[in-house]
Design a protein around this ligand. Sequence first.
Ligand SMILES: C=CC1=C(C)c2cc3[nH]c(cc4nc(cc5[nH]c(cc1n2)c(C)c5CCC(=O)O)C(CCC(=O)O)=C4C)c(C)c3C=C
Ligand SMILES: [Fe+2]
Length: 429
Amino acid sequence: MTDRPDPSPPSPAGGLSRRSLLAAAGTGTLGLAAGAAGYAAYASTREPAPASAVVPLHGEHQAGITTAAQDRMHIAAFDVTTQDRDELVALLRDWTRAIEAMAQGQEIGEGGATSGPYDAPPEDTGEAIGLAASRLTVTIGFGRTLFRDDGGARFGLEGRLPEALIELPHFPGDALEEARSGGDLVVQACADDPQVAVHAVRNLSRIAFGRAQVRWSQIGFGRTSSTSRAQSTPRNLMGFKDGTANLKSEDTAFLQEHVWVSGASGGEAWMNGGTYLVARRIRMHIETWDRTPLGEQETIIGRTKRTGAPLSGGEEFTEPDFALQGRDGPLVPAGSHVALAHPSHNDGVRMLRRGFNYTDGTDGLGRLDAGLFFIAFVVDPRTHYVPMQTALARDDILSEYLRHTGSGVFAIPPGFGAGGYIGQTLFEG
Ligand SMILES: C=CC1=C(C)c2cc3[nH]c(cc4nc(cc5[nH]c(cc1n2)c(C)c5CCC(=O)O)C(CCC(=O)O)=C4C)c(C)c3C=C
Ligand SMILES: [Fe+2]
């Protein structure tokens, strides 16, 4: 850190706490700094954040997967523009250091947002000055095209492409847009403050300049799943509770079986401790849904709208009884979303869903461009996504209200320790 007044408390990543700077401004220790008045004014508009707002990043797995789902997301896919392996590794190192700083609520770089040279662009873009860490996590993954493209292997990664990192087949009803699909790298930033998530992606994009460029990005404004039993179940834009039967961080045996890669060997050993992220931008025909009677909506989902209980009875977390008959057949219809997605109809398959609601304005015909940015973490997309999506696309009445407009599959490498970097096992293992 250069030219920084009284950075306290000291930060492991060498950055300056965005909020401690604010506190210093408020007590006058920063009074001579040019921006102090501005900081103080800004501070008065924000509540102090609890220490629990910092999610630890180091460990066996990357953060942002079993982390209790935050309220906001900004996800971006990048195309790598450099051909140089060392430059790619340097980018991952630079990203890792920046992520460590931002997750602690610090500005990035030596000079942060305002203490660098006056005649150079600031290293930190600055829109998170005064904001708390907000439980920011940034999760990085690798697309199939990072390993090989039409010209053959890239970055010396021949023999390292995991078999599970597939290109998804075409599913009935897909209307995928090239500009919303694929990518060499993915960056999933989640936080409880939307500006903190956007700040993270924007700074990583700035750092990537000359080495990688954004291919597509998506903002999600409300979580559509819970990933911890301590969380309440949120609602998707169809108004239903979403995430009730999701895998939770407490389900360690299921996570081991259905989410985390283990026992991989040879050229795939680098994925041990990692997982696969499947992303689908799913637009809802929301105006049509809003004209659908309540009873029909509940039949399509297989749960009640108010409580989320299965139509076979009980409360939200009661297991559905698919055998229980009503006047016209099973109370939870076989063609309902819950029946078709249930593990008992999918070879026992489970997934960790971590999607978000999105709206991207209207489409010129007065219809909302809104839906669910579906994200699932699975041990293998071939067994844990493709068969289920095939069944949903074919038989799910819900799919008549949906259109998949974007898609991506990414290998999420394992976690990292102090001094390490995300993806190290791929390049140095
Ligand atoms: C291929 C996987 C899935 C896609 C795509 C998908 C899209 C999708 N889902 C909803 C709404 C709900 N989904 C619910 C449950 C549920 N969904 C999937 C998988 C996909 N959903 C699974 C595995 C499950 C759990 C099934 C079970 O074990 O019971 C529910 C019920 C509440 C819950 O358990 O989360 C809702 C509601 C939408 C709107 C949507 C696409 C836009
Ligand atoms: Fe679903």
